[in-house]
Design a protein around this ligand. Structure first.
Ligand code: KG4
Ligand code: ZN
Length: 360
């Protein structure tokens, strides 16, 4: 297989949080392999990602995961045109494992290396295994760490319009699931439970912030659920104790809380997207991040796109969650633009995107 026949072949590596992933993508959109080793089983007993455990697991898994991605793609290392790696933002120790592996591979194969912003890569998910899109587009990233809206004029021309001022929507789903005593990770469990609940059983707050703002806020919703489930906290000496916990709820009451919470969270996201669509004329909506796997959000996004006659790119489930195909895919755009990194490429825990133009 040659690069000329199917465009630049790029190996992508992703290790920003709790998935160790590698993928080979041709021409930026044709996914030849997509390997994801999740660490959920390691973090489950802590009900959250433990950074030290995550870094160690990445270290153990990165080489086998890259090997498997190369094997599944049925190519040799010499067929690759570049190595791409998600180098920002994320857990610093986890990112460093991916960046070090990518640099070692690129250096030994004498290939260019391309560092990729994980958040902007989520916007590429809807372009994988799909037809080219029409720009400008509005981009929504809804994940465990981020909730942001972007104006996407082109794959490398992106502007941040708004973001959460407190919790990310996925974080709110995970915390809500913990309050309801559900398993880990909580988002998918809450989604499942909500399907048997009454979504109007409780009226939870939907934060819209200032009239024109495209920022999000989810902490008030989470606290409203906490108090509704557990009652008002009472002072007992130096401690605050709640009146009850989720174990006193019936299965139907839990489902009603889940459905009502989900209605409020999804409505908050959809209203902000509507607001952004009122402010910006676009042809396409690009969405990505783990919460885009949510059943209700997918349906409401589909309805909104139909009402407004927009092309919605709903990524396949495996491309919504953290993956390396989106990293390799976006890297192809930088490859074509001749934008490479050098050996000083490092990892950065912080979000690079501040409001306004994003350095992709
Ligand atoms: O994009 P992702 O894999 O990692 C980050 O970059 O954060 O997103 C993970 C988040 C978690 O908060 C998880 O609970 C949430 O996505 N999630 C869901 C669903 N599937 C995953 N939230 C709601 N409904 C789902 N079906
Ligand atoms: Zn992500």
């Amino acid at each position: 297989m040659s690069n000329n026949a199917i465009g630049p072949l790029i190996l992508g590596i992703e290790s920003s949080c709790d998935e160790t992933a590698a993928a080979v993508v041709a021409q930026g959109t044709r996914v030849l392999s997509n390997v994801i080793a999740t660490q959920h089983e390691l973090h489950r007993i802590y009900s959250g990602v433990v950074p030290e455990i995550a870094s160690r697991a990445h270290l153990e898994r990165i080489v086998p995961v890259v090997r498997e991605a190369m094997h599944d793609a049925d190519i040799q290392f010499e067929h690759l045109a570049a190595i791409a790696v998600g180098n920002r933002p994320g857990l610093i120790g986890s990112l460093l494992v991916g960046v070090s592996a990518a640099k070692a591979l690129a250096w030994s194969l004498q290939l260019p290396i391309i560092g990729i912003d994980h958040i902007i890569a989520h916007l590429h998910a809807g372009r994988l295994d799909a037809e080219p899109i029409t720009y400008p587009a509005l981009g929504l990233v809804a994940s465990g760490g981020h909730t942001s809206l972007f104006l996407v004029r082109g794959p490398l021309d992106v502007e941040l319009l708004g973001k959460t001022i407190d919790d990310a929507v996925g974080e709110a789903f995970d915390k809500a699931a913990t309050i309801l005593g559900l398993g880990y990770p909580g988002g998918p469990e809450l989604d499942r439970l909500a399907q048997t609940g009454d979504d109007h059983a409780h009226d939870f707050p939907i934060a819209l912030i200032a009239p024109d703002s495209l920022d999000f806020s989810f902490s008030g919703l989470k606290t409203a659920l906490l108090y509704a489930v557990r009652g008002q906290p009472k002072r007992n000496g130096n401690e605050h104790r709640f009146e009850r916990d989720a174990s006193s709820l019936s299965a139907q009451q839990k489902a009603d809380f889940a459905a009502s919470f989900q209605r409020a969270a999804v409505t908050a996201v959809i209203r902000k997207l509507q607001r952004a669509l009122d402010q910006h004329t676009v042809r396409t909506v690009l969405v990505g991040g783990g919460v885009i796997a949510n059943t209700r959000l997918r349906k409401e996004l589909t309805d909104l796109a139909r009402q407004r006659d927009l092309e919605l790119r709903l990524p396949k489930h495996e491309y919504c969650l953290d993956n390396a195909a989106m990293i390799a895919g976006l890297a192809a755009e930088k490859f074509t633009a001749g934008r490479f990194d050098d050996w000083s490429l490092s990892a950065s825990a912080r979000l690079t995107a501040q409001r306004g133009p994003v350095h992709v």
